[in-house]
Design a protein around this ligand. Structure first.
Ligand code: PGA
Length: 239
């Protein structure tokens, strides 16, 4: 695990965007694994700027997102499909048919997870995966548990994740309590991973990455075994 520390969120977002841009330039038909949440928003803004300036081209890029609430209508403004369209896809020259997000209204969620797992394999795997981290150390919706899943699967959200994310849902709106998510093995199969962490609230999770242990009670620590992970963080979390 390599660590890169920056003074501000803007600087870390620019660094993450530069790594993504290098990937896109060196392999214009890359498969990008993308994440939602507040953390990667700054990076997406930079990528939009670079695309508008003609520095990077998304026309041959394919994307696969980590997870989606279940059940949720993709048109709901809290869905991760909506988030990705709004924060990235609607602003760059990507072919929407090549943007993949798990379908939050799938009739058979297990089948949808199998389809997604196979899709990633058929695409030749993920070239670079962007990750955020939960305060409890989750990655995607792989929550701290004794047993973690390898493959894409349906899972219940923990109380702490529901608490952390319910702020985005307006009053009266029911927040889903389950999700469809890539598993640890799906994520681990990515050739390269960047893990973005900022802000004081993530300090405990960040510190678990620094010691010489890994455990399923902090799923992100398992990434210590991956050969190409770069943790990109700000001073608030690292100092
Ligand atoms: P955040 O979420 O970027 O909104 O903090 C990250 C996560 O829960 O994985």
């Amino acid at each position: 695990m390599k660590f890169l520390k920056f003074n501000t969120y803007e600087e870390m977002s620019a660094a993450a965007a530069n790594i993504m841009a290098e990937q896109i330039k060196s392999k214009p038909n890359s498969v990008l694994g993308l994440a939602t949440g507040s953390t990667p928003v700054g990076m997406y803004k930079k990528l939009i700027e670079m695309n508008k300036a003609g520095e990077i081209d998304f026309s041959d890029i394919t994307t696969v997102n980590l997870d989606e609430y279940y059940p949720i209508d993709p048109a709901n403004n809290q869905s991760y499909r909506y988030f990705m369209n709004d924060n990235l896809f609607n602003h760059i020259n990507i072919d929407m048919d090549r943007t993949n997000v798990l379908y939050g209204l799938a009739e058979d969620p297990d089948k949808e997870c199998e389809r997604y797992e196979q899709l990633i394999k058929d695409l030749g795997g993920i070239d670079i995966q962007v990750l955020g981290i939960g305060q409890n150390g989750h990655i995607a919706f792989n929550e701290p548990e004794e047993n973690l899943y390898l493959n894409t699967h349906k899972t219940a959200l923990t109380e702490s994740t529901i608490q952390a994310n319910s702020r985005f849902f307006s009053e009266g709106e029911i927040m889903p309590t389950a999700s469809l998510t890539m598993g640890m093995g799906t994520i681990f199969a990515a050739k390269k991973i960047i893990l973005l962490i900022n802000g004081k609230a993530k300090k405990a999770a960040f510190e678990q990455l620094l010691n010489d242990r890994f455990c399923t009670s902090c799923p992100a620590t398992i990434l210590k075994l991956h050969p190409d992970v770069t943790v990109i963080c700000d001073a608030e979390v690292a100092d």
